[in-house]
Design a protein. Structure first.
Length: 365
């Protein structure tokens, strides 16, 4: 006999690319994670009525809406998921929290540090989550485990890079991500936010940064690329880079960590693998191991497929939601929550200040 499951009624705000990824996660999570909830896909909200109806039909949403306020104010909604342009995050999250809803939000948490602080304050007392889904890539979660187990030792260097190449196509129609009024900034909020979150997750707090930004296309109102150097609280130094002009990379999110005992390296375009170099091996046997992270002893190895059967981008959203709901059922803290999103925002703000001042800028630890 199956155990009784509490119903959670979901309202998803956003029908675009992220709305599709989130819809899939809500539809699939119960098939891969043993959660004590029955998710009801109650309302999908978007602006294009025809596309909205198609999306709702494809993913099994019961109702549609074109005004986010209507969804937030509904009494039959328990959880609001925000997959809207950045400028709406703060207003929607505050309204949802005031209505007593759980609040999930796409990255970056907000357009500004002040907005992020307002969101954190407003959402005290309600469960929150930021969709920094790359933490749930099994290879990245395994890297975190190896670091915590001491296999890298004292860290010397951390390098995080996120490269995409679509910015070179000047014929591509401009989206809200190119509009500073909606996106806040360009690549800093869009891609660097992911690189910063992984740096915090894997290597701990940053202390200070120095940075520069560059817009390659004349007249484009947001930055195309950002380069930064950083110091970390653990004594290591590092670099964080993001660009939409990373020719040769469709979605090149990568990191490299070097410590006294070893090295870890990861690239999202080969997301089932993690490279590990053990500096404690005998000199004649030292070499980089290319680990396929799909075994039962690996993170999420028992949630998805059998060893050697690789997973994809969509599974990272399923795992993120599965962990959130598991933590919720156990009344345990979940990360990344809005406080974690605020920490990312503090680093992004320091990067932007440094790009303006051309000086090192400190980050609250």
């Amino acid at each position: 006999m199956s155990r009784p499951r509490r119903e959670l009624r979901v309202g998803l705000l956003g029908q675009g690319f992220m709305g599709k990824a989130h819809s899939n996660a809500f539809a699939q999570v119960g098939r891969f994670f043993d959660i004590p909830f029955r998710l009801r896909l109650s309302v999908l909200c978007g602006r294009d009525q025809l596309a909205l109806e198609r999306s709702a039909d494809a993913w099994g949403w019961e109702h549609t809406a074109t005004d986010w306020r209507e969804v937030v104010e509904r009494r039959d909604i328990d959880l609001v998921d925000i997959a809207l342009p950045n400028y709406l995050h703060a207003e929607v999250a505050v309204a949802a929290a005031n209505a007593g809803k759980m609040v999930l939000c796409e990255k970056p948490l907000a357009n500004t540090l002040e907005e992020a602080r307002i969101m954190v304050q407003a959402c005290q007392g309600v469960p929150t989550m930021v969709w920094f889904n790359y933490r749930r890539v099994p290879a990245i979660a395994y890297a975190k485990r190896l670091i915590d187990d001491g296999l890298v030792g004292q860290v010397f260097h951390y390098r995080g890079t996120y490269q995409q190449q679509w910015g070179t196509d000047t014929s591509r129609p401009l989206t809200w991500k190119m509009d500073p009024a909606q996106a806040g900034h360009g690549v800093v909020g869009d891609l660097l936010s992911h690189a910063v979150d992984l740096a915090l997750f894997l290597n701990g707090p940053l202390e200070q940064v120095t940075a520069l930004t560059k817009t390659f296309v004349p007249g484009r109102p947001v930055e195309d690329a950002v380069e930064s150097l950083a110091t970390f609280a653990n004594g290591s130094i590092g670099s964080l880079e993001a660009t939409r002009f990373g020719v040769g990379f469709r979605n090149g999110n990568s990191f490299e960590i070097q410590g006294v005992k070893g090295m870890l390296r990861f690239h999202l375009e080969d997301l089932n693998r993690l490279e590990f170099f053990d500096a404690q091996d005998p000199a004649g046997l030292q070499g980089t191991r290319n680990l396929l992270v799909t075994d039962p002893q690996h993170p999420y190895g028992t949630n998805f497929w059998r060893p050697g059967h690789i997973i994809g981008y969509e599974h990272t959203f399923i795992a993120a939601l599965g962990d959130f709901l598991t933590s919720l059922s156990r009344s345990e803290p979940f990360h990344p929550n809005f406080e974690d999103g605020l920490r990312v925002q503090q680093v992004l703000e320091a990067v932007l200040r440094s790009a303006e001042s051309r000086q090192w800028e400190g980050i609250p630890v």
